[in-house]
Design a protein. Sequence first.
Length: 87
Amino acid sequence: MEKRKVKVLSGYRVTIPDEARRRLPLRIGEELEFTMEGNRLVYKVKELPEDPVFTMLGVARGPRRELGEIEEAVTSELEEKIKRSRK
C-alpha cells in the first residue's frame, strides 16, 4: 500500500483509506488499537479472524504449524512486503 494522506476533521476524526478498508476485515463500530512509534500513530485491528495466511505470518491467532519450503518462501516474501509498506 502506498502512502496516503488523510485530513484531521472536527472532533479529531480521520477516514480510513479505501484500500485499507478493502484489505482489512473492518466493520462499522469496530475497535482499533493505536500506539505511538516515535512521531508515528499506528492503528491496529484489535482482533483479526483466524486466517491461515495471517496465522503463518503471526498476525492472527491460530495454531502455528510447520511450513514447507514453498510456504517458507511465500511467507518470507510477504513479510518483506509488509515491512516495506510500513516505511
